[in-house]
Design a protein around this ligand. Structure first.
Ligand code: ADP
Ligand code: MG
Ligand code: MG
Length: 248
C-alpha cells in the first residue's frame, strides 16, 4: 500500500530524512519508534505534503501512485490521514462544520455524493461514541480549549469520520492518561483494523502497542531506519533504551 524508497528530505537547509525506506502492506500496522529529533514528525509531514518540507531524493508510492506528485488535499482524498503530534486549534470553526466540509470535499474528489446534514450527524455520533466523546464537544471549535488528551481523542474521531485507507499517527498516545489510552487504542483498532487499511504508528512508548499490536516495529535514528523487527523489538527498546537496541 505504501512504499517509501531512499527518501531524503530537507527542512530549511538541513537534511532531516537521509535515505529512509519502508514498505507497508494492506492490513498491516507498523510502528516507528526513535529518539527525539530522529525525524519521526518530519516523515509524517513529508507524507502529508506540508509546505517547507522538501523532498530531495527518493520516492513514495501509495497504492502504486506517485504520492509526492499530489497536493495535500489530493493525498487526503486518496485515503491518507495524518494524526498530528500537536493538533492545531481552529477558533470559530466547529468540529462538525470542519469535518462535514472535509468529508464532502474528499467524497466529491472521489466522485461520490455528499452526505446530507442528517447523514453526517449520524456518522459523527457513531464515531464519537467509539471514542467516548460527547457530541457536544464536536459542536465546539476544533481543539479550542480541549485538554491534551481530548485533542488526541478528537483526532481519532476525525479519523473515524474520514475513514482513511492509511493512517499516519504521530504520537497519538502522548498526553493520554491510562483510561484514555485504552479508549484510543480500541478506537484505532475499530476504525483501522481492516483488510484494505494500514497504519503507521509513531510513538515513543511501548504501552500503546499493547492495544494496537504492530506487525512490524522500526527504529528511526538520524533520518533513517536503522533496525526493524517484530513487536518484541518495542519491548526490548523499552527495557534497554534506543542506544543499546541500535547497537545490538
Ligand atoms: P522527532 O519527531 O523524531 O522528534 P522531528 O522530525 O520533529 O523529530 O525533528 C527532526 C529534526 O529536524 C530535529 O533536529 C529538529 O530540530 C529539526 N527540525 C524540525 N523542524 C524544523 C524546522 N522547521 N526547521 C529546522 N529544523 C527543523
Ligand atoms: Mg519529538
Ligand atoms: Mg515528533
Amino acid at each position: 500500500m505504501l512504499k517509501i524508497e531512499n527518501l531524503h528530505a530537507t527542512v530549511g537547509d538541513t537534511e532531516i530524512l537521509r535515505g529512509l525506506s519502508l514498505e507497508i502492506g494492506a492490513g498491516e500496522v507498523h510502528a516507528i519508534m526513535g529518539p527525539n529529533g530522529a525525524g519521526k514528525s518530519t516523515l509524517a509531514y513529508v507524507l502529508g505534503g506540508r509546505p517547507g518540507y522538501e523532498v530531495t531524493a527518493g520516492s513514495v508510492t501509495f497504492d502504486g501512485e506517485d504520492m509526492l506528485a499530489l497536493d495535500p488535499h489530493e493525498r487526503a482524498a486518496a485515503g491518507l490521514f495524518l494524526g498530528f503530534q500537536y493538533p492545531v486549534e481552529i477558533p470559530g470553526v466547529s468540529n462538525v462544520q470542519f469535518l462535514r466540509e472535509a468529508l464532502n470535499s474528499q467524497r466529491a474528489a472521489r466522485g461520490e455524493e455528499p452526505l446530507t446534514g442528517g447523514e453526517f450527524l449520524k456518522l459523527a455520533k457513531e464515531k464519537a461514541g467509539l471514542l467516548r466523546m460527547d457530541m457536544e464537544m464536536l459542536k465546539r471549535a476544533v481543539n479550542v480549549g480541549f485538554s491534551g488528551g481530548e485533542k488526541k481523542r478528537a483526532e481519532m474521531v476525525h479519523m473515524g469520520i474520514l475513514d482513511p485507507k492509511l493512517a499516519v499517527l504521530d504520537e497519538t498516545d502522548s498526553g493520554l492518561d491510562i483510561d484514555a489510552l485504552k479508549v484510543v487504542g480500541e478506537g484505532i483498532n475499530a476504525i483501522m483494523r481492516a483488510p484494505g487499511k494500514a497504519v503507521l504508528l509513531i510513538t515513543h512508548y511501548q504501552r500503546l502497542l499493547d492495544y494496537v499490536q504492530p506487525d512490524k516495529v522500526h527504529i528511526l535514528s538520524k533520518g533513517r531506519i536503522v533496525k526493524s523487527g517484530g513487536p518484541e523489538l518495542a519491548i526490548e527498546l523499552e527495557r534497554e533504551g534506543y542506544e543499546a537496541a541500535v547497537a545490538a
